[in-house]
Design a binder for this molecule. Structure first.
Ligand SMILES: N[C@@H](CCC(=O)N[C@@H](CS)C(=O)NCC(=O)O)C(=O)O
Length: 223
């Protein structure tokens, strides 16, 4: 009989999609073998890692020889194959379609618009005075997220937390690394973020420990 090993998960918790998958794996109680790939040390560019993912990006899973990249595809695969909790990626056709709708939108919106502010402020140390247009674009995205996706619902797909909320929360947390109060004046998104955090803790805080540390350091540097 062939024995199956836990899925190997290649990740760095400074990466937004990696945090979303990490929280998902923990909440869904899916065992995994942790394979940390330190981006700051260039471990995603070693010949061995490039054999696994020629694009040199995290996240990646290796499920007993089945290698998969792309966070959204990874979460859907793991949910369908291993999760006993169906609420995280619902089987109901219309609920699932709402989750998929958000997952399709987020790459060029939540992810891109938040990441650009993070890269400018944290990676490139661009002065705040020069990031106004990026912050404007992020704010337009946050308006759309609130008014089109969240509306008055508890979570993106309704009453239950899904992978869509995990992806969204982890992206919106990224630009907070600079010390920026991304959700200032946004009580609706702030309340949703608190619901996501409360529903997933201690894993949310565990996944964001490094984000919180970077944020505190940046705030101290500004004082
Ligand atoms: N569309 C991919 C994006 C993956 C991605 O961009 N990963 C980033 C971290 S968030 C990365 O590995 N960056 C390393 C690099 O660009 O060198 C997904 O959702 O999985």
């Amino acid at each position: 009989m062939m024995t199956m090993s836990p899925t190997k998960y290649y990740y760095d918790l400074m990466s937004q999609p990696c945090r979303a998958i990490y929280i998902f794996l923990k909440c869904a109680r899916i065992p995994f073998q942790s394979e940390v790939v330190a981006l700051r040390k260039g471990e995603h560019r070693t010949p061995d890692y490039l054999k696994l993912n020629p694009m040199g990006l995290v996240p990646v899973i290796d499920d007993n020889g089945f290698v998969l990249t792309e966070s959204v595809a990874i979460m859907k695969y793991l949910a369908d194959k291993y999760s006993a909790d169906e609420s995280l990626y619902p089987k109901d056709l219309q609920l699932r379609a709402k989750v998929d709708e958000y997952c399709a939108w987020q790459h060029l919106n939540t992810r891109m618009k938040s990441a650009k502010v993070f890269i400018a402020e944290v990676i490139m140390s661009t002065p705040s005075s020069d990031v106004g247009h990026l912050v404007d674009n992020m704010n337009k995205m946050l308006d759309q997220f609130e008014n089109i996706f969240l509306k008055k619902k508890k979570f993106i797909a309704g009453d239950q937390l899904t992978i869509a909320d995990l992806l969204a929360a982890c992206e919106i947390m990224q630009p907070t690394c600079s010390g920026r109060d991304v959700l200032a004046g946004r009580p609706v998104i702030k309340a949703w973020m608190d619901r996501v955090r409360n529903a997933t803790n201690p894993y949310f805080d565990e996944a964001h420990a490094m984000v919180y540390r970077v944020r505190e350091k940046r705030i101290k540097q500004k004082l």
